[in-house]
Design a protein. Structure first.
Length: 186
């Protein structure tokens, strides 16, 4: 039993715990100093690796910092930036002869693709009014073919332009009212 006569054990009462001695305080202080030094050393090691070239080192498993093949990196960039539709339409412009056929491709050239929320227009220029008329007649089938290749609703309309014609020249030898050589520049 205890020597003070109240029948309680001094080890169970926190108020009656013995004060830590100098050796115990030194052990606690040493343990805290070691933990702080370890934390400082780890932070310094990370800074040193970052300065040495490129941050933390990659481990054995794949992560976002690993190098990618060029095709995969370009596809990731296109997806992140939301360029899927313009890239697909650019591919169509590169494959124009395979999509429309050699005859039409020799006389009609895609100029641009304008994408607005309401209108998705592919502008095509032809080298004569006869081919422009032919393309206007084929436009619904061509839109269906392009949408089958690119995805539904990518192209809603094809705007057909006729030939540009020569620049208008004004001068003393020009007959007034003449617009050019007839049918091919209309």
């Amino acid at each position: 039993m205890s020597g003070d006569g109240d029948g309680k054990d001094p080890a169970g009462d926190p108020a009656k715990q013995p004060e830590p001695s100098g050796v115990d305080l030194a052990r606690v202080a040493l343990r805290a100093a070691k933990e702080q030094a370890k934390a400082r050393g780890a932070a310094a090691q990370q800074k040193k690796q970052a300065r040495r070239g490129g941050g933390l080192r990659s481990g054995a498993r794949a992560d976002g910092r690993d190098p990618l093949p060029l095709g995969a990196a370009i596809n990731r960039l296109i997806t992140e930036r939301g360029w899927e539709t313009p890239a697909a339409v650019g591919g169509v412009m590169g494959r124009w002869p395979q999509i429309v056929g050699d005859d039409l491709a020799n006389h009609c050239v895609p100029l641009r693709y304008d994408e607005d929320p309401d209108e998705r227009v592919l502008t095509v220029q032809c080298d004569s009014t006869a081919w422009a008329t032919q393309l206007r007649l084929l436009a619904p089938q061509l839109v269906a073919r392009l949408n089958a290749d690119l995805g539904h609703g990518t192209v809603r309309m094809i705007k057909v332009l006729g030939p540009g014609g020569p620049a208008r020249r004004y001068g003393p030898l020009r007959a007034p009212g003449s617009t050019g050589p007839g049918d091919t520049y209309g």
